[in-house]
Design a protein around this ligand. Structure first.
Ligand SMILES: *[C@@H]1O[C@H](CO)[C@@H](O)[C@H](O)[C@H]1NC(C)=O
Ligand SMILES: *[C@@H]1O[C@H](CO)[C@@H](O)[C@H](O)[C@H]1NC(C)=O
Length: 372
């Protein structure tokens, strides 16, 4: 099963027309976090267990006997957010499925903080002050699938993450380096959000992503000057927007044949080398808005499944009649349903209507006047 990230994919399809780039993951409320588990049956099982266990619970009232001071414990969810905690509390019930520690002032994760929590499925440490994680801290969490670690002060990926992990969000930390084997053994991992870290291309050691079969990776708002060449081949979604990428060179994308969505908006791209897009036969959505392109990238007509291309806010002064659509009929499997070209120095009345002969609907083209 592809949890969560595939949901993201769907959500993003629903947002195809929004010119904004994909936003970083924001956890809205705690119950969103808990509800996440519905897709894996976690919550369902929990609720059923509650019912079946009701005979016992008449004698022993649930959840009262053990719950960290100030936290709420219910249905195996332990909620300790926004309490000003400076460390992970003691007395977390061993059957806890979700532990929410977000928005506290925790500075360190020590060796025994999660001892005995073998049933934990999701852990949120988002928005704390954590700069240190004991290398064995996560070892007891043998069933943990989701780890939310965004908005902390980490400088490296925590060590010995559990093999059960499916998703890690480590956005907005201070990571400058990802060591070789940082994700070793994480064969279930599907989704990594690691944007807004001050990492450059050289910060990824060769083999940093070795062994991962990721579907989704986001390294936006970092300090990348080129497309990293060593990312997992399995990727369906790659978000590299808000970096300092200057060009896309011929071999840059050759590894990423499974990409459906590629985000390169808000970079400094002047040129996309001829032929480089031919490595992405399955691409459906391409974001190149807010760059410095002076022409439409070559190769779009050959991309059979491409439906959405964002090219707004570039320096494109000409649009040729064959820049988007193939000459022959039937060569394109899906028509475009979103092309944005506004905020470019192109006179739209000079663009021939036939340029958009493979677009599903006139409304799918966002043109607009160029304003100096
Ligand atoms: C790139 O391709 C276009 C047409 O597809 C061609 O006119 C142009 O000369 C090519 N540029 C290079 C540098 O090969
Ligand atoms: C836009 O492109 C033109 C050439 O077509 C170039 O002279 C100009 O400097 C470019 N502007 C920017 C802001 O890159």
């Amino acid at each position: 099963m592809l949890p969560h990230c595939s949901l993201l994919l769907l959500l993003c399809v629903a947002r195809l027309f929004s010119p904004s780039s994909a936003l970083p993951f924001e956890q809205k409320g705690f119950w969103d976090f808990a509800m996440d588990s519905m897709d894996s049956g976690g919550m369902m099982t929990m609720m059923r267990d509650e019912e079946e266990g009701s005979a016992v619970e008449e004698v022993l009232p649930p959840d009262i006997h053990m719950c960290p001071f100030g936290c709420h414990c219910r249905l195996r969810v332990v909620q300790c957010s926004d309490l000003g905690l400076t460390e992970v509390p003691k007395n977390i019930p061993p059957d806890t499925k979700f532990l929410d520690l977000q928005n506290n002032r925790i500075t360190e994760i020590t060796e025994n903080d999660f001892k005995g929590l073998t049933n934990l499925y999701g852990l949120s440490l988002r928005n704390n002050l954590i700069s240190k994680v004991h290398p064995k801290a996560f070892v007891p969490l043998k069933h943990m699938q989701k780890l939310y670690f965004s908005k902390n002060l980490l400088t490296t990926i925590p060590k010995n993450l559990p093999a059960s992990l499916v998703e890690i969000r480590i956005h907005e930390n201070r990571i400058k380096k990802v060591a070789a084997g940082a994700f070793a053994g994480l064969t279930n991992m599907n989704c990594i959000e690691m944007g807004a870290n001050p990492i450059q291309n050289s910060g990824f050691e060769p083999g940093a992503f070795q062994g991962l079969k990721l579907n989704y990776l986001r390294i936006s708002e970092a300090k990348l000057s080129g497309v990293p060449k060593d990312l997992p081949e399995s990727l369906n979604e790659l978000h590299l927007d808000h970096n300092q990428i200057q060009a896309v060179e011929l071999e840059d994308l050759s590894r990423y044949k499974n990409l459906y969505r590629l985000g390169l908006g808000y970079n400094h791209i002047r040129n996309i080398e001829n032929g480089s897009l031919a490595y992405l036969p399955r691409l459906r959505e391409l974001h190149l808005d807010n760059n410095r392109l002076i022409r439409i990238p070559r190769g779009l007509p050959e991309m059979k499944y491409l439906q959405v291309v964002y090219l707004h806010s570039n320096n494109i002064s000409q649009v040729g009649v064959d820049d988007f659509c193939p000459r022959g009929f039937g060569m394109k499997r899906t028509f475009y349903n979103g092309i944005s070209l506004f905020a470019n120095p192109v006179n739209y009345w000079e663009v021939q209507p036939a340029t958009f002969r493979c677009v599903s609907d006139r409304l799918a083209i966002q043109f607009g006047n160029y304003k100096k």
